[in-house]
Ligand binder design. Structure first.
Ligand SMILES: [Mg+2]
Length: 207
């Protein structure tokens, strides 16, 4: 079906977290490395911190309650000052003449500083930051709300993101089509959705 709306993820979909990650997460990684239980698996933790919301990483690696709450406290105050370079092919996505929505999970201050750092306000009809430290909402809730308020049929919407367990899963549960944007080439081929590595390929999925 002809698409009317695109819903984008932010981190590792519009820009590479790695491009700002070492700087932005330095104090957090220092905090984790000072923890005896976690210090031995820093490589794995660093990798996940660049990819997924902190609360989920903390849970998966069994961070203590104290380490988790210290991490949350630290991250809620961090913002990135300066410009951020989006992926070069983002320019193609940016100019598509459809309604575009940005839905991202993370700390409000930090996510907002990224939106500002890439001047994304001009590109999106709506920008939604879901902050797990102050909200129990999920991406699925927000997608559902967008569809209802704008009277889209589910098949008229396409979700684009890099996380199979977050936005892609939420989309499929709602009957929305989804495309995995795998710029980092981290996924094997046996995934349940089409995979693109460049926004030029999006044209094939717009109806
Ligand atoms: Mg992402």
């Amino acid at each position: 079906m002809q698409k009317r709306a695109l819903i984008f993820d932010l981190d590792n979909t519009i820009y590479a977290v790695r491009s700002i990650g070492d700087k932005i997460f330095a104090p957090l990684l220092e905090l984790i490395a000072a923890d005896d239980e976690q210090s031995l698996q820093m490589d794995k933790i660093r990798h996940e911190i660049m990819r997924r919301p902190f609360q989920m990483v903390a849970k998966d690696f069994n961070f203590s309650e104290e380490l988790t709450s210290k991490g949350i406290e630290l991250l809620s105050s961090i913002r990135f000052d300066g410009e951020i370079e989006p992926f070069s092919d983002y320019e193609i996505a940016r100019t598509l003449p459809l309604d575009k929505f940005l839905v991202t999970t993370g700390f409000t201050n930090m996510q907002q500083s990224k939106v500002t750092g890439m001047n994304l306000d001009r590109d999106f009809k709506e920008i939604h930051i879901i902050d797990p430290s102050s909200s129990t909402k999920t991406k699925k809730d927000v997608f559902e709300d967008i569809i209802k308020r704008h009277n889209y049929a589910s098949p008229e919407v396409l979700v684009i993101g890099d996380d199979l367990h977050s936005e892609i899963k939420a989309a499929l549960e709602l009957g929305i089509s989804a495309v995995l944007y795998d710029k980092m080439n981290v996924y094997e081929n046996d995934i349940p959705v089409p995979r693109i590595t460049d926004f030029a390929e999006l044209a094939d999925y717009l109806g």
